[in-house]
Ligand binder design. Sequence first.
Ligand SMILES: C[S@@+](CC[C@H](N)C(=O)[O-])C[C@H]1O[C@@H](n2cnc3c(N)ncnc32)[C@H](O)[C@@H]1O
Length: 222
Amino acid sequence: MLLRLPGVYPPQEDTWLLAEALAAENLGPGSRVLDICTGAGALSLRAASAGAGSVTAVDISRRALATTWINARLRRLSIRVVYGDLTSPVRDQRFDVVVSNPPYVPAHDDVLPTRGIERAWDAGVDGRMLLDRICVQAPGVLAASGILLIAQSALSGVEKTQAMLEEQGLSVEIVARAEIPFGRVLSARAALFEARGLIAVGQRTEEIVVLRAVRSHVEVNT
Ligand SMILES: C[S@@+](CC[C@H](N)C(=O)[O-])C[C@H]1O[C@@H](n2cnc3c(N)ncnc32)[C@H](O)[C@@H]1O
């Protein structure tokens, strides 16, 4: 059971799908894990309790970071909480596993909220305002054979995430998928999504996907 301050994203299906993918990775005592967009810290806690050597949790919400810090202390786990925008505060560091469940819900416009719980899901008209930036930034903080695990909705362009990461020299595969019913936020936007052709008329489920990206090793023949 996680403690959660008001205004912090409650871990849910996307969190747990990503947590399962994270559990499949090698999180030994030498591993360095970065959790971008940590929220209540569920993924950081999983990594720390699985034995990761170090866990760094980044969020732009101070309440989220306070929540993560408290949850770690309650479990006597060591998690470094860092305030900031995506990878900016850790751009000089390298990580073996980078995990992220960022905001990815298509919104009415491209104005990102600067406060409130909406900041946990609103991601611009195409739902990609954070995803695109993570695809550009995350490879830069990966160690040589580092792994990136990222969750998103099929409503916000899985192929684009894959293509952007491949352009950066990563090999990408989809390691988990789940079809889940619309929650409150998506239900309220169903007509908007229908009008944009993002969903079929009457559709009230979305597919959540977890992508796993690793650096490709190019063999040079001499
Ligand atoms: C969907 S929630 C995910 C929370 C948690 N990782 C989980 O899976 O339950 C997204 C989180 O991203 C944070 N966030 C939004 N924009 C951010 C940014 N530019 N940099 C860092 N964190 C951001 C929000 O505050 C929120 O906590």
